[in-house]
Design a protein around this ligand. Structure first.
Ligand code: ZN
Length: 369
């Protein structure tokens, strides 16, 4: 069966909705026609000319990247820099370029979970949950025969996820009453008739507030009543599954030199730049793939012994003090295993499709030592 590029993108966006990207970001389709059939998918951290050439050579017409190729407005496309050269190659060879960036960073199971898993952290949770993203309770009253269909509609629209659990709901049975108006087209009773009483299930599901309309439309589309009885109640709950960074604990605390060796090995690093001093052995670990220095206070607040991230500047290293150890492992190194996340997400869905990670090291930083 043909797989279209838009189907591949849908899987990624179900996992990491574009809604959750930061305001400065430009995640999503960068270039190309997503309506075409996918011939092969190449996964990469960065889109470079070398990656484009690899995709062309391998017959891949879809490149899934972590970092967007295009950030700011482009007024001319003449091939004067690498970004424009990639755009020209993509258009010439009909290749779709797509990026899942801060939307993937902000997911409970995204970029930082990959790092936490490599370090075998326990009790992992988001370091700084994003309080801008509120939850609602969606309640509707459904005839028992339709409740599974309605649940599926809500779950497929993105409702019912709590942390590591999906398809969460609660039902309780009761009796609903209604009296059809003269212009009604009731599923039970007759227009202008007497009051009816029916057995119904009250179905309750937590949904992200931004999905309220999508969920309501999906429920209406089931078509069990002319008039769907529903309530959408705003909650004070913060979505704990959305936010920046991660924390977790080691099964066994390690002294600093032992942990640095462990970190170097697990993340396949050439070098670690570090500063500061934790209060004791490393037990609690905070991580943020990419440029994460903005999370230092959150890491300290979470009582982390070490904060692992990238792109630290000289003066920022002083902020470690005697509370915490800052470990800068390099931007590319902190995120390269995200490629495995893309592969995992897509390969199981499309076993017959060529889906592979780039063989190009796109890290612009080289080490001389
Ligand atoms: Zn990055």
């Amino acid at each position: 069966m043909a797989v279209y590029i838009k189907d591949i993108i849908k899987i990624i966006e179900n996992f990491a909705p574009l809604y959750y990207q930061e305001s400065y970001d430009n995640a999503g389709v960068q270039v190309g026609d997503v309506e075409q059939e996918a011939k092969g998918v190449l996964v990469t951290l960065d889109i470079t000319v070398a990656v484009m050439d690899e995709a062309i050579a391998k017959g891949c017409n879809c490149i899934i990247a972590h970092h967007p190729l295009i950030f700011s407005a482009i007024r001319k496309i003449t091939g004067k820099n690498e970004t424009e050269q990639c755009i020209i190659k993509a258009i010439k060879h009909n290749i779709v370029l797509y990026a899942a960036h801060t939307n993937l960073d902000n997911m409970l199971l995204g970029v930082n979970k990959v790092i936490a898993d490599r370090l075998q952290l326990r009790d992992a949770a988001i370091l700084a949950p994003d309080t801008r993203h509120s939850l609602c309770k969606f309640i509707c009253y459904v005839p028992p025969a339709y409740v599974e269909q309605v649940k599926n509609a809500i779950f497929n629209a993105g409702g019912g996820s709590i942390g590591n659990y999906s398809e969460c709901s609660f039902t309780v049975s009761g009796t609903g009453t209604f009296r059809p108006g003269t212009d009604a087209d009731p599923a039970i009773g007759v227009a202008g008739g007497p009051r009816e009483a029916v057995e119904e299930l009250k179905l309750e599901v937590l949904i992200p507030a931004y999905l309220s309309s999508a969920v309501l439309n999906a429920v209406r589309a089931v078509g069990y009543y002319e008039e769907v009885a529903y309530e959408i109640i705003p909650l004070n709950n913060t979505d704990q599954g959305i936010g920046a960074g991660y924390t977790g604990t080691l099964a066994t605390p390690m002294e600093v030199p032992a942990f640095l060796a462990y970190l170097k090995d697990r993340m396949q690093l050439k070098v670690i730049r570090y500063a500061g001093q934790p209060r004791g052995p490393i037990r609690k670990v905070a991580v943020c793939g990419g440029s994460g220095s903005f999370l230092l206070q959150a890491a300290k607040g979470a009582q982390a012994d070490i904060f692992i991230t990238a792109d630290y500047k000289y003066h920022q290293f002083f902020e470690a003090g005697n509370d915490i150890l800052i470990a800068d492992i390099g931007h590319y190194e902190s995120e390269i295993f995200t490629n495995g996340l893309f592969l995992e997400l897509l390969a199981s869905r499309y076993p017959g499709l060529k889906i592979e990670a780039t063989s190009v090291c796109t890290n612009p930083v080289k080490y001389y030592y």
